[in-house]
Structures are given as C-alpha cells and as structure tokens.
Design a binder for this molecule. Structure first.
Ligand code: SF4
Length: 275
C-alpha cells in the first residue's frame, strides 16, 4: 500500500505545455502514482526528485479538489476554450480512488459544467465505474486506455504495479459497448505478440502509438538515464529498444486499422485525432 497524505491544493488546472501543448490544461487529481511503472518520466520530474520516498510508494490526495475545480473551470471557460488532459503525472484511477472517489467528484463537476473536451488517460479498469458520468459528457470526452503490450509476462517485467492487460482490454470493451468514445494507447511500445493488433481491433477503432524516442521529450535521452535498456537486455529483447520497434508494431497494426485510425505520438493524444 502506498503512503497516503491528504493535501489542500492551491490550484488544480495547470497550463498545457510541451507534449501537451494541444491542451489548454492538465488535471492531476492525485500527486504520485502507485502503479510505479519502470519507464515513468515523472520519476525525473521535480515532484519526485524533491521527495525522499521512492516513486510508486506515495500518494498525495488532493482534498477539496471538486470545489476548487468548479471555481477554476468557470474562470477558465470565461477566458476561452477549455480542453483538459487528465492526467499527465499520475493515473486518475489509482487503487485508492475506489475509496476516495476524488476523480469521480471531478467528473461530476465537469458533467455539470462541461469543458470543451476531456481526455481521460488511464491504465485502470476502474474507469468503468464512472461510465454514467462519462456518458453525460457525450462526445466531449474520450477515454484513452494505455495497453503497452498484449503480453502479461512483459507487463509484469516493466510495470508490475499496474493493472493486468486482460482487465484493461475488458474495460475498453465495456466502455465501447456503453457508448463512451475510446482509444487504446500503446505507450511506450513494449515487446508484443503478432496477435496484438487483432486483439485491439476487437475492442477499439482507434489506436495511439508512442515510444521512448518520440515521446519522452528528449529523443530517448531521458529514458536512457533511467536505465531502461538493462530491462531489455535481461529479457534478451534488445531489438525492441530501438526506434524501429515502433515501426514494426505500426506495420502490424495497419493490417487491422486504416492510417487515419492510428495516431502517432503527440498527434495520437490530441483532440484532433479524437474527432
Ligand atoms: S501509470 Fe502513468 S503516471 Fe503512473 S507510474 Fe505509470 S506511467 Fe507513471
């Protein structure tokens, strides 16, 4: 269990910058992330660098977030279009969300006072709990479920604290059946089987794909500093730690998806891709 701290945030909506410059704001209901993925870039951001506890072992729960969002959203909407990426430095569906219902409280605010667009980025099937609220946002929302691979052994090697792949695929299917706009996000590209695209095609009609070289904001240097290469060496799968690996997965996807159904790197997370 991660160590929980309850904090009163001063603000919630942060300006969308860098990789997220297609969004006006990012929204993080929690600080920290108990999934603790080995490849997570947040490990190298100030929020973690100035913290003594290891990434994945702590969570800050933002108290009073719903009333704060209500005020900030109203103000932001008076200034212009509001497009929100939730979340950029945590997963909005932490295990503790089962009890805290913090992300749900933010969705309740947004269902009442809609932003122009909301992208919900998660690795957790818990998002299906909120189908009722997501449906209220109609086409102003999209759930982007990260599915880095179809291989559970690979998932356990790189991201043992995150939900199993089967549950994520089932969640995608449930969301689609319910009528919630969805996409699967292969980010970062991890070693996968040849059957992966076929599996995805049964659950989604859009796929976003990204890797360490396009998506870490530094041409792969940030990832290199985290020592990710060693994890591929252990598995004797070094060929997957190459820019060409994304290309191979892309070509495999093309047997099941048209070019317009596949968004690459930043474009795949953008609002334009979801329209
Ligand atoms: S789920 Fe996202 S924020 Fe959480 S550890 Fe993994 S990559 Fe980082």
């Amino acid at each position: 269990m991660p160590e929980l701290q309850y904090k009163q945030p001063k603000s919630l909506l942060n300006k969308g910058t860098g990789f997220l410059n297609g969004y006006t704001y990012s929204l993080n209901p929690y600080g920290g992330c108990s999934f603790g993925c080995s490849f997570c870039y947040v490990r190298q951001m100030p929020i973690q660098l100035f913290r003594k506890q290891e990434w994945g072992t702590w969570i800050d729960v933002k108290q009073g977030a719903a009333s704060l969002l209500k005020k900030e959203l109203m103000k932001a909407k008076s200034k212009g279009p509001v497009t929100i990426f939730m979340s950029s430095s945590t997963d909005p569906y932490q295990p503790v969300e089962h009890k805290e219902r913090l992300t749900r409280s933010l969705l309740e605010v947004m269902a009442e006072d809609e932003p122009d667009f909301l992208l919900v980025q998660t690795r957790s099937p818990l998002v299906t709990r909120d189908i009722d609220l997501l449906l209220q946002l109609k086409d102003k929302v999209r759930v982007s479920m990260t599915v880095e691979t179809d291989r559970e052994d690979i998932r356990r090697h790189f991201t043992p604290g995150a939900p199993p792949i089967g549950g994520r695929m089932q969640a995608l299917q449930r969301l689609r059946e319910a009528g919630v706009p969805t996409q699967a996000t292969i980010a970062p590209v991890l070693p996968s089987s040849e059957q992966f695209p076929e599996l995805l095609s049964k659950a989604v009609d859009r796929v976003c794909i990204d890797d360490y070289f396009m998506g870490d904001g530094s041409g792969g240097k940030r990832t290199a500093r985290m020592g990710l290469k060693a994890k591929y060496e252990e598995l004797q799968l070094l060929e997957w730690y190459e820019p060409s690996a994304y290309r191979m997965v892309y070509e495999r996807l093309r047997a099941y998806f048209s070019a317009t159904q596949i968004g690459i790197s930043q474009e795949g997370f953008s609002r334009a891709f979801t329209e």
